[in-house]
Each structure stands twice: as C-alpha cells, then as structure tokens.
Write a protein that binds this ligand. Structure first.
Ligand SMILES: [Zn+2]
Length: 169
C-alpha cells in the first residue's frame, strides 16, 4: 500500500478511538500518523541492499515493536497511554495493509502480490530474499496502478473515509 492509504487508515483508527470516548490530542494524532508511514523509510536501505523492503526487519512485527519502543523513548513522556498504544497499532496496521495486497491477490481481485508480503514470524522464519521491486522507479507505480486494482480501490475508500471523518468529526 502507498503512503496515502496508510495515513488514511491510521487517521480512521484515531478518529474511531476518539468516537469511543478517548481523548487524543492533535500532537498525538500527528505522531500516530507519522508512525503509519515510518516503516517505509526502509525503502532507502532496501534500495542500497538491492532487496525488497518487505524483506527487512523493519517490515516485521518485531521491527514494528522495536520502532514503537524508539517512539516511546523519544516522545512517550508527552503522550497519554492511549496515544502510546495507538502508535503501536498504527505500526501493526501498516504491516496488515501491506499484506492485504497478497490477500486480495489470493481472492483473485488483482494481479499482484503473488507472495506473502510480510514475514510475520521473523526471526523464527527467514526472509524469502526477494529482489528490490524498484519502488523509486516510475515503472513500479505503473505496474501498481495497472495490476493492484483492488489495492488502489481500498486506498481510495480509506482516503475518502478519512476525509469524511476529518470533515464531520
Ligand atoms: Zn510498507
């Protein structure tokens, strides 16, 4: 999934928790939204290592948990317990949404992704060591918009829902 989808999904998460009666400050919301895309900064190291960024520790539950601890170490003192938990949920939601491409493929709703995207049980299970799909290239986006149609549809729905919540709540 692309950054707009991740940000929208985390925004929906924050607003849903607010609707459930919890108080989330604007600053906390911003940190949770930042957490929703921070995992994809591993694209830089993946590009350098010439492998898929989904096959790096950052795109595993273990990596998400380590990143969460870093977040808590840096800004945790200024956040409510709810805000702290939302950061972890936002990181894990990112992994679920990245994996969604594979589930949508298995449901025959789109042409990619043919393989599971997340190595959930790392380090017990090793990475498949896929090649870097070249996420910085124009051809990657062309391929994504042509073959991952259900993913794109999901991203549009998430973005519209988030915009609606931003407008109404
Ligand atoms: Zn990702």
């Amino acid at each position: 999934m692309l950054p707009p989808g991740h940000i929208a999904a985390s925004y929906i998460l924050v607003k849903s928790v607010e609707l459930a009666g919890f108080n989330i400050s604007g600053a906390e919301t911003l940190v949770v939204l930042a957490a929703s895309i921070v995992l994809d900064f591993d694209l830089l190291s993946a590009n350098f290592l010439k492998r898929s960024h989904h096959d790096l520790i950052s795109h595993t539950p273990l990596g998400a948990f380590i990143l969460w601890l870093i977040f808590i170490f840096i800004v945790g003192g200024n956040l409510s317990p709810t805000g702290q938990i939302l950061i972890l949920l936002s990181l894990l939601l990112h992994l679920l949404l990245d994996e969604a491409g594979f589930w949508l493929y298995r449901l025959k709703l789109q042409g990619i992704s043919r393989e599971p995207q997340i190595t959930w049980l790392y380090p017990r299970v090793k990475f498949p060591r896929r090649k870097d799909p070249g996420a910085f290239k124009l051809s990657f986006f062309k391929d994504y918009f042509q073959k991952a149609k259900a993913n794109v549809f999901l991203e549009i729905i998430l973005s519209l829902t988030a915009l609606l919540m931003l407008w109404l709540i």
